[in-house]
Every structure is written in structure tokens, then in C-alpha cells.
Ligand binder design. Sequence first.
Ligand code: FAD
Length: 427
Amino acid sequence: MAHIVVLGAGLGGAIMAYELRDSLRREDRITVITKDPFYHFVPSNPWIAVGWRERSDITVDLAPVMKKKGIGFIVQPATRLHAAENRVELADGSSVAYDYIVIATGPELAFDEIEGFGPTGHTQSVCHVDHAVASRSAFERFCENPGPIVVGAAQGASCFGPAYEFAFILDAELRKRKIRDKVPMTFVTPEPYVGHLGLDGVGDTKGLLESEMRGKHIKWMTSARVKKVEEGQMLVEEINDDGSVKGEKSLPFGFAMMLPAFRGIPAVSGIEGLSNPRGFTIVDQHQRNPRYPNVFAVGVCVAIPPMGPTPVPCGVPKTGFMIESMVTATAQNLGQLVRGQEPSHVGTWNAVCLADFGDGGIAFVAQPQIPPRNVNWSSSGKWVHLAKVGFEKYFIRKVKRGNSEPYYEKAAMKILGIDKLKEVTQG
Ligand code: FAD
């Protein structure tokens, strides 16, 4: 009998536990350890911030699902992974021993790297459902007294899709409230060009996103570095290709939402051979740490090198499709290991994304992630918004039911068979 611990129960951790239930032997034990008893569908957070969703719409109570599936469930934050001792220490002082552990702890949000930045400072966030709920109150207050909006991402960020999504969602909601004419909007990003997305663009994401921004009167600043934020004022530097400062702008705002850079959570950071300097977990092609071969990692916590040098640092996004492919490979590899075999499964790590614009959107597929690619495709239209809503509903239902069937793969096939998908979503 082997004991497998899954640390974290977000997008990666929840489906990791479900897939392990199928891939391990009956006698093997699985325990999920998480600081949050609920699963939240993170991609819907931007909709919460403008009142298009309620918190309860995107939340799943995991305890009954885990119980039904015979998976141990401990709600306690991990405080330290003792990888050399095969145990994880929890906030209540107890320790859980394991034969194998899968780290799925997502990101720590590095708001503290910029003065005045983040929900305890002067900018809003949609990274966590609690932040999205707080953003909604701030947005409602803003709508009573509209002014300029700043949206975007900070230097070192890796998750750009939701920043674009939120800018367009705000635009759609402000138009609905008939106050868009009172709101100058600026998009601030470390990307060297609009639509880079940390992937050096996919298909024509540059053209598509620039055109959408122009059409919706959203100005932008690229290669931008946020110096500090004060109440109602963001100080931003524009950086030249050689790294020198081109100029500095003070952007006034009545509402600002900026995505932070990510790093690994402290419990798994600063461990020689396990984590990189930002605290992300180092894995090989089998999702396995080379120094500690009984440690695996999936999701945003995995170390992936940037696409290439950019004047302002930009990370590579880790999106749902990619995470699911990491999860499936890890479940199959652990299934092999407990049966005395060597792991042989490799995640595809392809990027397949739907970015919602409130009443339209863009979809892109990058296979592989690093150019030149076999598939380098992007497209836009109302169908993307409809597909994203359908996807949200499916995924939340899947987590509620403890369904272990990989879904992103199937959805991507539909996207690649684009005419079929359009037919389905528009019909
Ligand atoms: P998370 O879902 O963040 O889960 C982390 C888990 O670890 C949580 O359960 C947390 O409670 C737990 N945890 C944290 N610290 C501890 C601790 N100390 N001890 C125990 N447990 C701990 N991707 C897409 O493909 N499409 C999208 O539309 C999309 N939209 C996004 C929108 C936003 C706003 C953001 C931020 C990301 C989006 N992503 C999207 C990217 C990605 O899919 C999500 O970030 C996804 O939630 C990442 O999954 P994860 O399992 O790695 O981390």
C-alpha cells in the first residue's frame, strides 16, 4: 500500500486527486491537504468582480466529494515540506508522512514587490475569489463616481489573459451602465507588445487584441514597469529595449485592477534541488523532481523558464489545458511507480485558451508552446464567450461530481475542429 498526498485542491489538485483514484491500485491511499475547503473556478473571478456571477455560483464544497471518492481530506495550510524526511508539516503543528507527494499549491501572489500594490494597497485583484468579491464592491463605488480606469499586469507577471479579459469585461459592463463615455481606460503591461501573452504571441493575437483595444478606446502602455501606487495614482516607467528608462508616467485612476507576479508558496520554497529562486518546483518531463523522485508537481507552482528575454520580465502562463495535461501524466506515472514500473508519461504542456471579452472573445491554440509551432492559431468572435460560459458550467459540474475524465483535451479537439464548435455554440 502506498500513501499519496496531494498538496492543494485548486484546478490542478482537485482533478489530480480524482485522476489518481483511477490510476492507483485499490489499496493505495490518497490524502488531499488544502488550506481552503472549497474549490473555486478561478477563470470566473473577473465575472464576479462586475456582478455577472455570485461567489456561490463558482464554489464547490470539496469535503463530501472527497469522502464519496474515498479520498482523505485535511483542511490545514502546509507550513513546510520536509522533502528529505517524506513528510509535510501543517499549521496545527502536525505532520503527514507520504510515499509520494504531488505539489499543486498554485501561486503566492507577489503584491508586496511593489509599494502600494494589491488589495491591501490601492489596486484591486481578481486572482482569488475573495479579491474578486472585494473588487466588486470597489467597482460599484466607482460607478457612482466614474473616472479613469487602469487595468493590466505587473512586471514579472505570467498570467496576461485575465488582464485583457478584465479590461474588455469592464468595457462591456460600463457600456451596459451607459457610463463608458465617462471612463478613460489604460492597459498597462510588461509585455513588449500587446498580445505577446508571455508566449511571444499566438497566431495573430497581436493584431486581434490591438484591434479590439482600438475599437473599444482602450489605450495601452507596453514594456511597462510599475514603480509604485498611491491612492488614485499609479507611477509607471516605460522601458527601452536596452533596459534603460524611456520615460515615466503618472496615471490617475478611480479604479485599478492589476495582476501581480507569481512565486511559489513559502512551504515549498527555498528547498535546495526542489525549488527555483522564485519558489517554483523544478520538474522533469514526467512532472517529477530530479532531486526528490517521490515529489511531483502540477499547475502554476511548476517552474517553467520564460519564453525569451524581454525588456521587462514576463513569465510563461500556465493555463488549464496545460495543467490538465500535467495532471494526467502525473496520475499515470504514479500508477506505474506503485506497480514497480518506471514513469513514462509526458504532459503535452500545450496552450489552449479562451479569453472572454464579455460579449465576444479570442481563442488561441499553441502547440507546442515555444515557437516555431505545429499549431499557431487564434480566432475571435461571439462564439468564444458562449464557449467559455459552457466550459465554466461543465468544469464546475465535473469537480462537484468528482468526475476524473480529462476535459480540456476534448474541448481543445472541438476548438481545433473550429467549424464544428462554431456550429454548436452559435446554433
Ligand atoms: P490554484 O487553482 O490557485 O490552486 C492552488 C491550491 O493550493 C488552492 O486549493 C489553495 O488553497 C492551495 N494552497 C495554497 N497554499 C497552500 C498551503 N500552504 N497549504 C495547503 N494548500 C495550499 N487558465 C485557463 O486555462 N483559462 C482561463 O480562463 C484562466 N483564467 C484565469 C483567471 C485568473 C484571474 C487567474 C489568476 C488565472 C487564470 N487561469 C486560466 C490560469 C490557471 O488555470 C488558474 O490560475 C488555475 O486556478 C491554476 O490552478 P492551480 O491548481 O495551479 O492553482
